[in-house]
Design a protein around this ligand. Structure first.
Ligand code: PLP
Length: 432
């Protein structure tokens, strides 16, 4: 059957195929509202089958940092498609992967120089976990296979990564027999909390491989912010107790917080960093786990058993690497980080009117992330629908409505997005 985009968008029967055969994420399909039929993207807009254009407040889950359909990324991917769409990475290398690794190493702080390219954020977390455990083993330290993760953390949906997520908010109850048992604690907020964590680490460090944190912004676990000082304190404690620090920058990386990586705002160099989401400018699935020279050194010797035992089939896919290289070009040639920093003020001012609503408990902004937190989120389909009627796409969850727009959105359209949210929240609050 011919499934070219032209033919698909003119033929509404695909909706029946969808209803009959697609399995959708994170929803009870029997009761959920019908998903939006999106047939194209352009600039910061999702284009619906009936021609309506919605401002994408989500940038497709933090990924579309340059907006959609950037011609430079398209050109680079087309050239790579003609030359070589994919090769296995076992025993083979290619220039796109090499260039990308070198550029990431150059951009990342400290000696984060050794890049393992994999296929999704969750997998990059799995790889980081295996790296951390094997790092200690290779250095002759047994029994260090647990991780410390924090309340409200989100690190992915695969079973290893899921064991690191907040046990309360991430379906752990469904999978308790399946998940690894990790240590979970509240994220320190001040020096006193850090002292308590210091004491806890004195007792528990010998069984820990690493501490994992989403720097500055905890994302899907609740959009909570913490200070650079807390991150610096964690770095200090990990070094003191000989535990690795893993920074999960899958959501925060590539400008979202106003700097290329959130760690840089705290002058912190983690031992391992996970990158994903915006890595390919929102075009393809690719992720990276990057280790410092010191971590890599524990694997680099004459013992065959010290090799890192991981290798996804589509790792370092050349098309995805070409997209990532093109995306990094755009960070060099366009004022992306400045746009992210400007968005912080625009979102803060634009969303502020929500703070006056009785059901709103907090309005906060960090970089290009804006959050309206409510006492209790209800009638989510009505919120989404009201947004669509006003020309925006938002997807509220847990206890908030939040936006992570494309960094290229610009003040006018960002203002439109905020005004629509304020109207939607007014309407929602009045009906409560
Ligand atoms: C999205 C996300 C992941 C998982 O990435 P996937 O590509 O969805 O597997 C992990 N950690 C954080 C912080 C994320 O935001």
């Amino acid at each position: 059957m011919n499934v070219s985009p032209d033919r698909l968008s003119g033929d509404a029967s695909w909706r029946q195929d969808a209803a009959a055969h697609l399995w959708m994420p994170y929803c009870q399909m029997k009761t959920a509202a019908p998903p939006l039929p999106v047939v194209a993207t352009e600039d910061v807009y999702l284009i619906l089958e009936d021609g309506r254009r919605l401002i994408d407040g989500m940038a497709s889950w933090w990924t579309a940092c340059h907006g959609y359909n950037h011609p430079h990324i398209a050109r680079c991917v087309e050239q790579q498609l003609a030359a070589m769409p994919h090769v296995m990475f076992g025993g083979i290398q290619h220039p796109q992967a090499a260039r990308l690794a070198a550029r990431l190493a150059e951009l990342l702080p400290g000696t984060l120089n050794r890049v393992f390219l994999c296929d999704s954020g969750s997998v990059s977390v799995e790889v980081a976990m295996k790296m951390a455990v094997q790092y200690h083993l290779n250095r002759g330290q047994r029994g260090r296979s647990r991780f410390l993760a924090f309340a409200h953390a989100y690190h992915g949906d695969t079973t290893g990564a899921m064991s690191l997520c907040d046990p309360e908010t991430s379906m752990h109850a469904h999978f308790s027999g399946l998940l690894l048992q990790q240590a979970h604690r509240e994220l320190p907020q001040n020096e006193h909390d850090l002292d308590r964590l210091d004491a806890w680490l004195r007792d528990n460090a010998p069984s820990l491989a690493a501490v994992i944190i989403e720097p500055l912004i905890q994302g899907a676990g609740g959009m909570r912010f913490h200070s650079p000082e807390v991150l610096r304190g964690l770095r200090r404690l990990c070094t003191r107790h000989g535990v690795l620090l893993i920074a999960d920058e899958i959501a925060t990386g590539f400008g979202r917080t106003g700097s290329m990586f959130a760690c840089q705002q705290a002058d912190v160099v983690p031992d391992i960093i996970c990158l994903g989401k915006a890595l390919t400018g929102g075009t393809m699935s690719l992720a990276a786990t990057v280790a410092t020279d010191a971590v890599f050194a524990a694997f680099y010797d004459d013992a065959p058993g010290h090799a890192l035992m991981h290798g996804p089939t589509f790792m370092a896919n050349p098309l995805a690497c070409a997209a990532a290289n093109a995306s990094l070009d755009l960070f060099e040639t366009e004022p992306r980080l400045q746009q992210a920093r400007d968005l912080e003020g625009i979102l803060r001012e634009g969303l502020q009117p929500c703070a006056a609503l009785p059901s709103v408990v907090d309005v906060r902004t960090r970089g290009a992330v804006g959050v309206v937190q409510v006492k209790r989120l209800s009638r989510v389909p009505q919120i989404i629908d009201a947004g669509v009627r006003r020309g925006i796409w938002i997807r509220p969850f847990k206890d908030m409505v939040y936006v992570t727009p494309p960094l290229t959105i610009g003040p006018d359209v960002a203002g439109q997005l905020c005004r629509a949210i304020v109207q939607v929240m007014h309407e929602w609050d009045a009906a409560a």
